[in-house]
Design a protein around this ligand. Sequence first.
Ligand code: ADP
Ligand code: F6P
Length: 319
Amino acid sequence: MKRIGVLTSGGDAPGMNAAIRAVVRTALYKGMEVLGIRRGYNGLLNGDVFEMNARSVSSIIQRGGTLLFTARCLEFKQEAGVQKAVQSCHDLGIEGLVVIGGDGSYRGAGDLSRHGIPCIGLPGTIDNDISSTDFTIGYDTAMNTVMELVDKLRDTSHSHDRCSVVEVMGRGAGYIAVNTALACGAVEVLCPEKPYDLSSIIEKMQASRKLGKQNFIIVVAEGIGHSQEIAKEIEEKTGIDSRATILGHVQRGGSPTVRDRVLASRMGNYAVNLLEQGVGNRVVGVRGDKLVDYDIQEALQMKKPFDDDLYDLTQIISI
Ligand code: ADP
Ligand code: F6P
């Protein structure tokens, strides 16, 4: 392959820049040209691309967000949009494409691959909700951000003998919620994978209070939501002053952690190696510490297990 493209799509995630950098530098090392495509699939449809060189990715490994910008592109979900993107690849001389994003972006990469443009998907999302990998790019950074923020909430919660109900991102998944609940010593975690009963949580809080516990952290995954109502009900039933905090998009920003920078760099390099061999319609993942790749359709069918032991641990050690 002489020329490849790279784009970021869906929600941004810290470490996307490190992945772009690795794609660009690996391609240049192999004598390929790289076109940066702006704003996800929109850039392909509109020809919003630019040639990247080694300096285009200088000083970005430490930056959150994505220098290529990202977007959701409805037009690309239609067959006509895919056809237009294929034509655009031909016009621009793009012979292979690296797509950094989530499941939705993978579907688009599958569509393009079916039309003869070999694509490699890299998992870029803070949610860790991609089954074909143990870890996604951005997840570790987002969890560390949540941990820092919840630690700050605990300071004020502790000083006022309050209950803090903290809502964290994750779309329909509770991976960020469970891990950060454990890391922050939350008394409870509410996540979509597990049924919950607010009255038993309230009983648990009352029992803990009798044992001298004065402040509480409850982590709520956004897939559960209703954190304001939950805080209100807790306050009414326990008499404990309660506040809800929705952490929001601050969780998506910030400088990527070592783990995310290393994972993104390895995956970006791996993707270009696949394209160099003429391989397409694959997504890259990590299993244990080993990089792997799967057929896109196969990857989209996979189910990601929920770590019940980790969830149980949050229950055992929070009293
Ligand atoms: P993510 O990639 O993070 O899951 P989205 O679901 O928003 O984010 O998808 C990102 C983009 O991928 C969409 O805006 C669209 O352009 C493309 N996409 C999503 N779903 C499909 C689909 N079923 N077929 C083709 N392209 C899709
Ligand atoms: O997928 C990443 C994510 O931040 C989810 O956790 C959240 O549900 C969603 O994106 C928010 O999307 P938007 O940026 O469109 O508000």
